[in-house]
Design a protein. Sequence first.
Length: 168
Amino acid sequence: MTRMSIEVEGLDRLGRKLDHALDPVRDLVVELTEYADAETRRGAKPHAGDLGRLGQGNNIRKSVSPAGTPTRDLEGKVYTNSPIVVAVDQGRPPSSGLVGLMPSVKALTRWAGRHGIPKERGFYIARAIGRRGSKPVEFFQHALDATDEAADHASGQTAREIERKWGA
């Protein structure tokens, strides 16, 4: 029996390079998730009188796949579990006008005051929203659109970075 052994010089170096070849893709996902999060929070405060509380704390959340996740499974997302954030973002459907289905009168009284509307109108605004619903602000969609535009530029930079690493 004859045996042959071949040693490829530099194979270990190539293996290390391959292991990290697509690291910039994860960096891109992180960067775009951060951008989408910032745009969503900015959009959740559409009026100068708004305090931006929808975007504070855990109302709007983000997550990115952990380091080491295969490139094809990388995911970044911006989301909410808050029914109030959903109601503002997507609008509120009209109810049958029952008082129990109105939004918070206290919150809308404060909101009215910050928007130059007499505070006494808070109850009437809440009742009107309960009866007629409210228009969506769609800050998640606006953030998605802005992130989509930013992704075109950022992905081109990432592709160039990968090409530079490979000397292509």
